[in-house]
Design a protein around this ligand. Structure first.
Ligand code: NAD
Ligand code: UDP
Ligand code: UDP
Length: 314
């Protein structure tokens, strides 16, 4: 029998790539999304597939469906979007997790949580290992997202201990690629859109803060590997690309690849902005036999092509 897979947040950036890959692997996919940050454009190319179904639904409300696996991705991911309605962000992470765990419990489905590197906050341990508990401000402007995701992890582990649910928790580090929202304020989309339009490239702070970016195809591959891994491996496991660079280096790379004449300008650093971030992916390498394949220049080229086409249409 074809496995029925629920993807919450399936019309978003990562979710739409995940739905596509699951369909290619012969799975039957139900995409649930409230279209807050996701869009029908992201999944339009899947609509003709008889094994693909879309349901408009907000995961903060109960959901009664019959499925074998659940990928729980529903949650705005960019700071601009998750800070737009912070209360709803926490509700989505926490009530959404409770509802999806309740659903998984009733139908005995395996459930994977898309957690985040933000559970480490502004980390004092570098690179970040899964055993590090993080340094998170509980009352700041990023807290709705960081603490919401931390609470969701707690719920996953309690449902596992208390109800023997089959859980999987991945901590996703910054990911980029086609179908990122052009106005979501994230650094890769901002820099590329600015460079293509010939606008100033906005570097926050002095640009010396670091991130490590993973191309979306690599990330989707390891999410599926994690879901299908041995039952006793529940995580949390870091997934991302350990190749670290400063935001200034990223801006220079984008300018070079687009051949843009944009100037680099400096703007104030937002509150609680982590100074450095790099995943230690030893665990994913060892247990899931995975490491990212796409390097930054190749991934950026794909993303630039996507945004060039999108900007021409718009
Ligand atoms: P995205 O904003 O593109 O996708 C999120 C999707 O969830 C959207 O389609 C949105 O409409 C939907 N959604 C939001 N609230 C919902 C609700 N209450 N009910 C139903 N649907 C809802 O973001 P993304 O980058 O694709 O991120 C997907 C997941 O991965 C998120 O959970 C995010 O926290 C996690 N993540 C992403 C990154 C990254 O770099 N992209 C890093 C770490 C973690
Ligand atoms: N739930 C859901 N779909 C289901 C089963 C449960 O959305 O198929 C929701 C339901 O709203 C419930 C939550 O999941 O409040 C948690 O379920 P659980 O069985 O853990 O707790 P309880 O129903 O006892 O509150
Ligand atoms: N950033 C930047 N210019 C922008 C957008 C973001 O310099 O136009 C910086 C931001 O301050 C942060 C880094 O780039 O230090 C990554 O930001 P993003 O919002 O993409 O992800 P996150 O902070 O959640 O890792």
């Amino acid at each position: 029998m074809t496995k029925k897979i629920l993807v919450t947040g399936g019309a978003g950036f990562l979710g739409s790539h995940l739905c596509e890959r699951l369909l290619e692997a012969g799975r039957d996919v139900l995409c649930v999304d409230n279209f807050f940050t996701g869009s029908k454009d992201n999944i339009a190319h899947l609509m003709g597939n008889p094994y693909f179904e879309v349901m408009r639904h907000d995961v903060t409300f109960p959901l009664y469906v019959e499925v074998d696996q659940i990928y729980n991705l529903a949650c705005p991911a960019s700071p601009v979007h998750y800070q737009h309605d912070p209360v709803q962000t926490t509700k989505t992470s926490v009530h959404g997790a409770i509802n999806m765990l309740g659903l998984a419990k009733r139908v005995q489905a395996r459930i994977l949580q898309a957690s985040t590197s933000e559970v480490y906050g502004d980390p004092e341990v570098h690179p970040q290992v899964e055993s590090y508990w993080g340094k998170v401000n509980p009352i700041g402007i990023r807290s709705c997202y960081d603490e919401g995701k931390r609470c969701a992890e707690t719920l996953f582990f309690d449902y596992w201990r208390q109800h023997q649910l089959q859980i999987k928790v991945v901590r996703i580090f910054n990911t980029y690629g086609p179908r990122m929202h052009p106005n979501d304020g994230r650094v890769v989309s901002n820099f590329i859109v600015q460079a293509l339009k010939g606008e100033d490239i906005t570097i926050y702070g002095d640009g010396q803060q670091t991130r490590s970016f993973c191309y979306v195809d690599d990330l989707v591959e390891v999410m599926i590997r994690m879901m299908d891994s041995a039952q006793d491996f529940v995580g949390p496991v870091n997934i991302g690309n350990p190749c670290e660079f400063t935001m200034l280096e990223l801006a220079e790379q984008v300018v070079r690849l687009t051949g843009s004449k944009s100037r680099l300008i400096f703007k104030p650093l937002p509150a609680d902005d982590p100074k450095q971030r790099q995943p230690d992916i030893s665990l994913a390498k060892q247990v899931l036999d995975w490491e990212p394949k796409v390097d930054l220049a190749d991934g950026l080229k794909e993303t630039i092509t996507y945004f060039s086409t999108r900007l021409k249409v718009a």
